[in-house]
Design a protein around this ligand. Sequence first.
Ligand SMILES: C[S@@+](CC[C@H](N)C(=O)[O-])C[C@H]1O[C@@H](n2cnc3c(N)ncnc32)[C@H](O)[C@@H]1O
Length: 192
Amino acid sequence: MNGLDSWEARWAPYSEADYAAVLAAIRPDDVVLDIGAGDLRLARRMAQIARQVIAWEIRPELLAAQRGERGAESDQRLRPVCTDARNEPVPPGVTVAVLLMRHCTHYALYVAKLRTAGCQRLVTNARWGMGVEVIDLGLGLPFDSIDVGWYACRRCGAVGWAGEDAAAVNAAALENITDVEGCPACSVNGER
Ligand SMILES: C[S@@+](CC[C@H](N)C(=O)[O-])C[C@H]1O[C@@H](n2cnc3c(N)ncnc32)[C@H](O)[C@@H]1O
């Protein structure tokens, strides 16, 4: 698919543990934007909890296969849209976005659009490419404020280790991850 990494364009479901972590982060008053919703299996479950779920999926065949299955009351709160999430404006009122896409190469673009629309939380496995985390979409700490330790960039999604002073490494530095803004990779990733 045009401009998408071949892994990114691929549909695959995630584990029940991943879905449980997402569902635990969804509140009854949420308007959820599911970015890359696949066959809607998670979006349907989120619609049983949230006020509304808008589900964006680029591959029409995944959504077409679901058409006959609508019927539950929660399905009325689910709005599937076949679209490219890179080009679609985030609708006003979205309170939380879900981005289950371990190979996402457009994290920075999605965060910029979500912030512009006033969305407050992002539930994702895209930053670490591992388990699910909930990211506060407010500004992270300036990257330069870390002396030494792990960081994860809210703006561009890069993760890594900051600082080179081995003498400054202690238990707290090893255990903590600081959410930052403006990391060394931002100028590269921020343009994607
Ligand atoms: C790994 S699958 C996860 C599906 C679903 N979130 C789940 O957990 O069951 C990622 C999905 O994102 C979709 N996708 C990737 N890039 C997209 C884009 N730019 N716009 C809309 N959907 C996209 C893919 O087609 C794929 O179905």
